[in-house]
Design a protein around this ligand. Sequence first.
Ligand code: TNX
Length: 671
Amino acid sequence: MPTTRPSALQLETSWQPAANGSPPAYTLSLKNRSSRPLSRFRLCVSGPGRVDPSVEIDGGTVGERLSNFTAFLPPEGFELATGATWTVSVHALSWPLSHWTDGANSAYVEFDDGSTLSLPVSPTRLIGNNAPLKRGVEAYPVPDVPPAPVSIVPWPNHVSVSGRRPTPAGFALTATDPKAVAAAGAFTDLVDLLFAVEGMVRPSSEGGMPVALRVKNGLASEAYEMDFSEAGISISASTQTGLFYGLVTLGQIWRGVRLHPHAFKFPLEGQIRDEPAMGWRGLHLDVARQFYASGEIRKLLAILAWNKLNRFHWHLSDDEAWRVEIDAYPALTEIGAWRGHGLPVPPLLGSGPERSGGYYTKATVREIVAFAKDLGIEIVPEIDVPGHCFAMQQALPELRDPAEIGSYYSVQGFPDNCINPAREKTYEVLETIFRELIELFPFKTIHVGADEVPLGAWSGSPQALARLAQLGGPAMAEAHSKRLNVITNTHGADDINGSGTAVLQALFLERIQKFLASQGCVTGGWEEAAHGNVIDKSASYLCGWRNVEVSAALADEGYEMVVCPGQAYYLDMANSPDWDEPGASWAGWSAPEMTYNFDPVAGWSDAQKQKLRGVQACIWSEAMTDRAVFDRLVFPRLSAVAETAWTRPESKSWERFKAFAGLMPVLYDYP
Ligand code: TNX
């Protein structure tokens, strides 16, 4: 039984960077405020920061470590007296803490009878820094004299409007063509979700001004035209999505005038002619590190549509969780979707000892896919393989080579987290999973990850080594076996090019891509999927995450590219290098203006540009335990990427964007 009352233990954590020859110190202080001494316990914490495996600590030892989960043990026979504080200092982390969200954000004490006690945690303090911690969206006030007459984000191709008409109370959408009727319905659902009380869509009996939706052939698939005249407003497009985008533009203009009547006038006359610069305008969301309920996903999709983004890359599996129901393997979600003390997946990234997590049922996925489709958004599911498979293998241990020995570690500190290219079981399971997913996701584009496979992967698997000997010769297999138990990936992703790992990964990817192609699917991968040059470039695309130069080089090799460089388009990177900003900075940091002005094709030749499918913002969720942090990191940078994707470079303007960014919806809007 716990020897103390819940509120009576207090944990504080702090960070002292390395200075003047002293090592850094990540210090955890547990104070006993109860009336009884505390003994026979361990202190368990999780949060983005990871204790280095070659740890040097004062005051205790590491009893267990799995990625960012660490259990600290006090010295043998230790008793924490009433009023006393136990302090552990860690002098080596996988990377120095840089932001207030980096340290422990969940903690509990485990007693020797197996019971646990959750501790409230406040953010890790940077010694000597008392700056208030930033959370929630930054305000972007709309100026009294805006730099453009209408508040549209992303900015259209051509705008010429003039005059003023009394601001309509709302719009009555008139449509007869089925595409137009569908666009009107989708838009009504969209504004119901985003701005229900504003009454933007209303019948003429409630004062709605008629807007005519017309199908006009000959326009590009996402293009639209809008005409304002004394007689009224009309929107024309050749598709449902084009009409829908016209309505989004109209809605944005209207909200600007409604909310800022001194800054904007509702136009009386003129035209807008618009179409996107890029075909792939994406957002990637990692729902493995943190779970987002279907309601959150729906609202996020609505926000994407309001930004005219058209691809949602749904990262459904990773080391920390598996999030989609698969009929053939219920264990994937029964086991892989949940973390907690004593479970096959421990508390990680701020989840506590209680069982927490979740997954999307097939029925939910179908609803979300249909909702997205109406909003002009195609969904690309990602199952991240062969690396990042810790949760998957906890759920399906039969994936491992039964004779495998030793260990290798991923960059995030997971042991043995890659499914094995040399085993038939791997293909049997994956093909079954992909068949079920293909049935759920009609866009027929499946992203298979392929990122960050550690240099030592499969080095203790006899099956993998035998296959490697066949493929690359005995010397390569021999060299690979020597990587066993050698910690390779603790400070950054390995470059596996030319290694035994790359050879085995290529074997795997070639077969998986062929399978997906046989099912009529395009295969997506992170840029590491290019190792070995085996996937069919005419039926695949890569997400280039390191920098625009690497993406350009891959375009030269003939790959179709979606550009999403970490330093500018990873929205989990902080807004500044300062401690008081949340997020990470391993790939750099990016103020919204930097993300806005970032050129995804800087230095690309015309031939390379032929291979550009578009751009994508990526939300990785390690830091998103706190949804006010999500808002701060994602907005308005999501709109900044959206404007780069839609608006031609010569029409971009940070001044205009900044003036309108505050009108864009955000996901949570927590203080
Ligand atoms: C790298 S770049 C990852 C993810 C992490 C992310 C955090 C890439 C394809 N993988 O596993 O979540 O960094 O920023």
